[in-house]
Design a protein around this ligand. Structure first.
Ligand code: PFF
Length: 472
């Protein structure tokens, strides 16, 4: 616990490394494991990867530092932190809208993210059960047809009882840790699960390399095909970098608010962004060798993780055990991210309504459960419900996709643009200098990026997201 400006005690990370692990835990998630490898492979290989790394360094990192410094200065929930920076800068307290949009996005993302977390739990169960059937040495799903294995996923997402039940379970686990607080819950989960995650990722990657498809993977992921890097692909890469670094949803403002004064935010932000990017690259090197050595196509979307991979584990020696380890690893990554997503609105409810943490977390999780249940049913009972059918870009989309699209195309870019403008143009320069931990040329470069490149790039994502025909 540490004393805040207002004199009350407020929970803090117990150390710098606890903050780093928790922030990496928030960043490393389903986005790294399933979206990045599939996008990189399909959209220009090495050219995409290089462009993505450029986005992380030039657009993601400056905003990451901006978010954490607002939080660290404010030492309160995200909107209150922004108000405190605004007040110290003699600016309007209405800038808190940037964080309010973030709190709303975090809540909406949490609602559908836990649905996918539930799907992951399903496969943890499937592989666990399969160990007893297939044994430890041969492949998974002994004696079962490919149709049966690949049919497990559509069958599961086609049942409301499964999807809603698993969503509730995943959200319940998330709630358990958030309700216990920053140092007693969120930090514990990160300290144990993130190292376990890294060990599993590296071990499975090394094991997968022996399958014989490493060269094929390298050429799929890294062959340089700049002609595939269209405007649309580039914007998708910027969006992916933002989602992957957990930006634009006030998550890093919230996590930054539990950081002590003695931590250098610039170097920690660089560590967080590097780790997140390294995991995204490693995920490709982990997943594709398994899929390719089973003779399957790369595939994209949920099919890659939930249909092709389970099928591929059938061909792999020790497939049931490796499959179990793989989905436990994905579950760990998803949990440390969903914990961050629940923490953002929970911290706001605690501050705003002066309610104790466990109750605040329960209230937020209950709301997310209602929306999550609707999202979970968009692959079954509510498959024909298209809530925003009257808006062209949401036409024909179910509730799950609408939540995803609303946050990725509107709320996250708006939150991030406002953050960049606020820190770059509005906040007091002395305050910023004091918080960011960089000086000289690096500071000027950072300021330039936050002031110009970040808002423009993010505005482009939003405009093209709303008017997709512009790039056609
Ligand atoms: N960064 C996470 C991922 O790549 O899956 C998603 C995420 C987590 C976004 C936490 C925002 C957040 F606050």
């Amino acid at each position: 616990m540490a004393l805040t400006q207002s004199g009350s005690t407020r929970d803090h990370w117990s150390s710098r490394s606890a903050f780093i692990l928790a922030a990496i835990g928030s960043a490393v998630g389903l986005g790294n494991l399933w979206r990045f490898p599939a996008e990189a492979g399909a959209n220009g290989g090495g050219a995409f990867v290089l462009f993505y790394i450029g986005c992380v360094i030039l657009i993601g990192l400056p905003v990451l530092l901006s978010e954490t410094l607002i939080g660290r200065h404010g030492q309160a929930s995200a909107p209150e932190s922004v108000r405190r920076v605004a007040s110290a800068s003699r600016a309007s307290s209405h800038w808190d809208i940037l964080a309010s949009v973030g709190v709303l996005s975090a809540f909406l993302i949490l609602s559908f993210y836990c649905v996918v977390g539930g799907w992951v739990l399903y496969y943890v169960g499937v592989f666990f059960a399969d160990i007893f059937q297939s044994g430890l040495s041969g492949g998974a799903f002994a004696g079962q047809s490919a149709e049966h294995i690949e049919g497990l996923f559509p069958e599961m997402i086609g049942s409301a009882a499964w999807t809603v039940g698993l969503d509730a379970l995943f959200l319940g686990i998330t709630l358990f840790f958030v309700a216990r607080g920053v140092s007693g819950g969120i930090e514990i989960v990160a300290k144990w699960l993130m190292p376990a995650f890294f060990i599993l990722l590296v071990a499975i990657t090394i094991y997968g390399m022996f399958g014989g498809a490493f060269t094929q993977t390298m050429s799929y992921l890294f062959t340089f095909e700049p002609e595939k890097l269209t405007g649309e692909v580039m914007l998708a890469a910027v969006g992916q970098a933002f989602f992957s670094l957990s930006l634009g949803v006030a998550g890093m403002v919230t996590y930054g608010s539990y950081v002590g004064r003695n931590v250098n935010l610039a170097s920690t932000s660089a560590i967080i962004a590097s780790a997140d990017t390294a995991v995204a690259l490693l995920a490709g090197l982990c997943i594709f060798p398994i899929v390719f050595s089973a003779g399957l196509a790369a595939g994209a979307g949920p099919g890659l993780l939930f249909e092709s991979l389970p099928h591929a584990f059938q061909e792999m020696p020790g497939g049931a055990l490796i499959g179990l380890a793989f989905f436990i690893m994905v579950g760990f990554a998803a949990l440390t991210s969903s914990v961050a997503l629940l923490e953002v609105p929970t911290a706001w409810v605690i501050d705003r309504f002066r309610i104790v943490r466990p109750l605040s977390a329960i209230l937020v999780a209950s709301g997310a459960m209602v929306l999550g249940a609707l999202a979970a049913m968009s692959t079954n009972t509510l498959a024909d419900w298209h809530p925003l059918n009257f808006i062209p870009i949401f036409e024909g989309q179910g509730f799950f996709d609408v939540l995803d699209g609303l946050t990725a195309k509107f709320f996250m870019p708006i939150g991030a643009i406002l953050t960049a403008i606020f820190v770059g143009w509005v906040a007091d320069r002395k305050l910023i200098d004091m918080e960011n931990g960089i000086g000289g040329l690096l500071h000027l470069t950072w300021l330039f990026l936050v002031r110009f490149l970040c808002p423009v790039a993010l505005l482009a994502i939003m405009v093209v997201g709303i008017f997709p025909d512009l790039l056609a």
